[in-house]
Unconditional design. Structure first.
Length: 587
């Protein structure tokens, strides 16, 4: 048999093998080219990548994601949404917001700065005790004081009822359900921000400078306006900015007093219309107001700079008040403590006793469940926020670069963003992620698992960390700054990796600072309302949500016990601040 045909057949099949081999060779050449380019890029940029603060950048990106989502929604507005908003509540919400912010700013400035100057510049009976009692209103959330005042001073409340019995049915009384009532409540709760910072600014001033102005013939009041107030302006403006941002993020108080603002509008749109796009675009408008507040604060500070030169006496020398002035000062401070803290807490105790006595024993489990839910969310948020803050602060310390510091600044901006904005900014990516996961599972295996992140404890914890990262970070950073750089450099010289340095060196030394930061985040989450209302799982109530729901239905006794628990928990950061409320004077 002639084998040539078989050989010929084999030869005919060779070209097809050769084509496959050429395809393999071309793919290999492409892969080698990509590898060479990657190696070249790494050799050129490797040094820069090694110095890049990866952890601060990653944390900043995750924390700033909600704000970026909301801002992007505002950059692409929907005409129909804004027409509908303008035809309904938007004009009223805008006007009320423009009234609320200046009202709270002026009120907290007058009350906080006035009380701070009184404490620093004068001596009167009871000053030592009143000095820290004036900080206690910080423990009362605005919505708690709001519903207590509404129940007390409304038409059907005890105050107006007694006045009508004494003076007749036609007696006039100011309407508490108004913008004035909302501003009053917020001023009484938020003035400690200005009070503490203004007092610190007054204490830091040189007594010698103040006395030199007095020698020139200026009275004590003139010296206050010409010297003390301008020198304390940065501290006062910082307190005003915090107070106005807290007023902007509130929605429950303004709803109680029938004074809708932009923050309340976001909650209304989400609950009433379930329109995430409209809520996102209105949240973007809230971000603009935050920027306006920040720019307003910077403009108040101005470009002027004030420095203390050559003053050996720290603090303005106080003057003993005499006669009726000393008792007037004591009465004024006592009245503020009474109306802002003592009377509301006493009213809550009264309602709580009524609720406990008439509530069956088995119904107490409802309050235990609310407390457990609040404690669980607070512990989770405090733990994650403090751990992430420690990683962020450690990354900034090791890199010591501008990029890391900028990333840390961005990661802590959530505290300046209203809770409703953060909630909407988290709803958008989490809902997209949930739907993507379900679509993939449906296409691959024909199953759906429902929403995992949206409306879950995971989403809530994420939102809390974004909102209160600044609180944890500032506490951790202040403790980390007390560690001498020599310890860090010695550990790095001995070959310690960044994670080992964090675990073996930095973490044990900043334990007290982490505890303080976690405590502050814990209390803030206990009081947080907008984020919890918008992101909580279905049927998952907390103490704050229960207070809001009961107060909205005018069930004062039902709201009293959870509100009292929140107030007692809020006393923790106040106790931590008492030590800083009275700085020691240098001798």
């Amino acid at each position: 048999m002639d084998p040539s045909p078989r050989r010929s057949k084999s030869k005919e099949s060779l070209p097809s093998l050769g084509e496959g081999g050429e395809r393999v060779d071309s793919t290999a050449r492409i892969m080698r080219a990509v590898a060479n380019l990657t190696r070249s890029w790494y050799l050129r940029c490797g040094h820069w990548l090694q110095g890049l603060p990866v952890s601060p950048l990653l944390i900043a990106a995750v924390v700033m994601l909600p704000v970026g989502v909301v801002s992007s929604a505002l950059l692409t507005p929907t005409r129909q949404i804004w027409i509908h908003l303008w035809d309904t509540l938007l004009p009223e919400m805008l006007s009320n917001t423009f009234v609320l912010l200046p009202g709270v700013g002026v009120g907290t400035f007058l009350l906080g700065t006035g009380l701070a100057w009184l404490m620093v510049a004068y001596r009167f009976p009871g000053q030592t005790v009143l000095n820290w009692l004036l900080v206690l209103p910080m423990a009362v959330p605005t919505y708690v004081l709001g519903f207590v005042y509404m129940a007390t001073f409304d038409f059907a409340g005890p105050v107006q009822s007694i006045l009508r019995q004494w003076f007749g049915q036609n007696i006039w009384f100011p309407e508490i359900r108004s913008g004035g009532g909302a501003i009053l409540v917020m001023v009484l709760v938020l003035y400690p921000y200005v009070y503490l910072l203004a007092k610190a600014g007054f204490y830091e001033q040189s007594g010698a400078t103040f006395e030199e102005v007095r020698v020139l013939g200026y009275s004590r009041a003139e010296s206050f306006f010409r010297i003390a107030l301008p020198l304390a302006r940065p501290s006062i403006v910082a307190g005003l900015t915090l107070a106005m941002m807290e007023a902007l993020t509130d929605f429950a108080t303004v709803r109680f007093f029938n004074f809708p603002t932009l923050s309340d509008g976001v909650i209304r749109i989400w609950h009433g219309m379930m329109d995430l796009r409209a809520a996102s675009e209105l949240s973007g408008l809230l971000v603009i107001f935050v920027l306006l507040i920040i720019l307003f604060g910077r403009s108040l500070r101005g470009r002027s700079r004030y420095y203390q030169l050559g003053g050996k006496v720290l603090g303005i020398p106080p003057v003993n008040l005499r006669g009726w002035k000393r008792w007037f000062a004591t009465s004024t401070c006592s009245l503020v403590v009474a109306v802002a803290f003592a009377l509301p807490v006493m009213q809550l105790f009264h309602w709580a006793l009524i609720e406990i006595t008439r509530t069956p024993a088995e119904a107490i489990s409802v309050y235990l469940g609310l407390t457990f839910n609040s404690l669980l969310l607070s512990v989770l948020a405090a733990g994650f926020a403090t751990a992430i803050a420690m990683i962020l602060a450690n990354g900034v310390r090791l890199s010591e670069g501008r990029v890391a510091r900028t990333a840390a600044h961005l990661a802590t901006m959530g505290y300046a963003i209203p809770g409703a904005v953060i909630a909407v900014g988290i709803l958008v990516p989490l809902s997209t992620l949930d739907h993507t996961i379900n679509d993939l599972l449906q296409s691959w295996w024909g199953i759906t698992i429902g929403l995992i992140f949206t409306g879950s404890v995971v989403g809530l914890t994420y939102a809390y960390v974004v909102r209160f990262m600044a609180v944890a970070y500032n506490s951790v950073e202040s403790s980390l700054e007390k560690i001498t750089p020599n310890i860090t450099m010695a550990a790095r010289t001995l070959g310690a990796s960044p994670w080992k340095l964090l675990w073996r060196i930095h973490l044990p030394l900043v334990g007290p600072g982490m505890f303080v930061g976690a405590s502050l985040v814990f209390v803030d989450v206990m009081k947080e309302l907008p984020i919890t209302v918008m992101l909580r799982p279905f049927g998952y109530d907390t103490l704050a949500v229960w207070v809001w729901q009961m107060a909205a239905e005018s069930i004062w006794a039902g709201a009293s016990l959870p509100a009292l628990i929140i107030v007692i928990a809020g006393l923790l950061p106040v106790i931590l601040l008492i030590g800083a409320a009275t700085p020691k004077r240098s001798k």
